[in-house]
Ligand binder design. Sequence first.
Ligand SMILES: NC(=O)c1ccc[n+]([C@@H]2O[C@H](COP(=O)([O-])OP(=O)(O)OC[C@H]3O[C@@H](n4cnc5c(N)ncnc54)[C@H](OP(=O)(O)O)[C@@H]3O)[C@@H](O)[C@H]2O)c1
Length: 284
Amino acid sequence: MKIGVTGATGQLGRLVVEKLKEKTSAENIVALVRSPQKAIDFGVELREFDYDKPEILAKSLAGIDKLMLISGSEIGKRTAQHANVIEAAKDAGVKLILYTSLLKADTSTLGLAGEHLSTEDALKKSGIPFVLLRNGWYTENYTGSLADVIAMGTLYGSSSDGKISSATREDYAGAAVAVLTTEGHEGKVYELAGDESFTMSEFAAEISRQTDKNIPYVNLPVEEYAQALMKAGMPEAYAQFFAGTHVSTEKGDLFYAGHQLSKLTGKPTTSLSKAVSDALSRIK
Ligand SMILES: NC(=O)c1ccc[n+]([C@@H]2O[C@H](COP(=O)([O-])OP(=O)(O)OC[C@H]3O[C@@H](n4cnc5c(N)ncnc54)[C@H](OP(=O)(O)O)[C@@H]3O)[C@@H](O)[C@H]2O)c1
């Protein structure tokens, strides 16, 4: 049983490969990468894989039984890129595809949902058995900017009291590996999110508690928040996109209470408190 992992040099893909090695022999794992120089220490077979090069994809998928398709990072190009991979998987006779979609992709107001839905649609039309791993937000999306938040003494956003059921990349990788290494998942749609949810005010309170500083959450109108992000150096398109995700947060798009992730892995997802303390230990 050969398992191929795309995006294996990314932050999520690396964790998937590492965790797969704990569950199955390295000989069964193929890292499908566009930047092999980033993967020299992986200890598994590497094959060239660039979503923009349809001519090489089927050959690189030869002999792969299960394919973990990690969504690409180039927003706007992904429908076509993922379609290239699905087409090649059909040609290569892949038996199961896992795709990292978006939490509640069919109802989400996030602008990102469209590309994920079109990929889900391409999978349905392909005839290849598939599993949808609809991943919620990464907790690292928040803890990644902890140093800046502490330096500013304030957490800004536009999410109001929207609840965020995020989980760490490690948690999502664990769920993916559970699905890749056990049977009976064909056709399943897993809505994956953290066991806990928090608001931005609760996130600010947790940072304050762990740093012994008073770091309040200040909710801004979305345009003002986008302007603040631009002033801090974020390119305009990204600032608008990022501020928009806060509006979707307020609408509940990042909230999910179904505990499907921890049911797959058999353990609770990483708590906000642990994620904050881990992030603080990295910046101290
Ligand atoms: N749930 C969330 O909060 C969240 C947040 C951000 C992103 N995402 C999605 O989840 C995916 C994985 O997250 P991540 O943190 O691992 O992202 P990441 O660290 O940016 O990794 C993205 C991976 O995709 C690969 N990739 C990008 N374009 C490609 C192409 N044209 N052909 C082949 N490979 C390509 C990259 O290859 P290189 O190493 O060669 O660049 C990298 O390995 C992202 O790509 C994005 O779709 C989710």
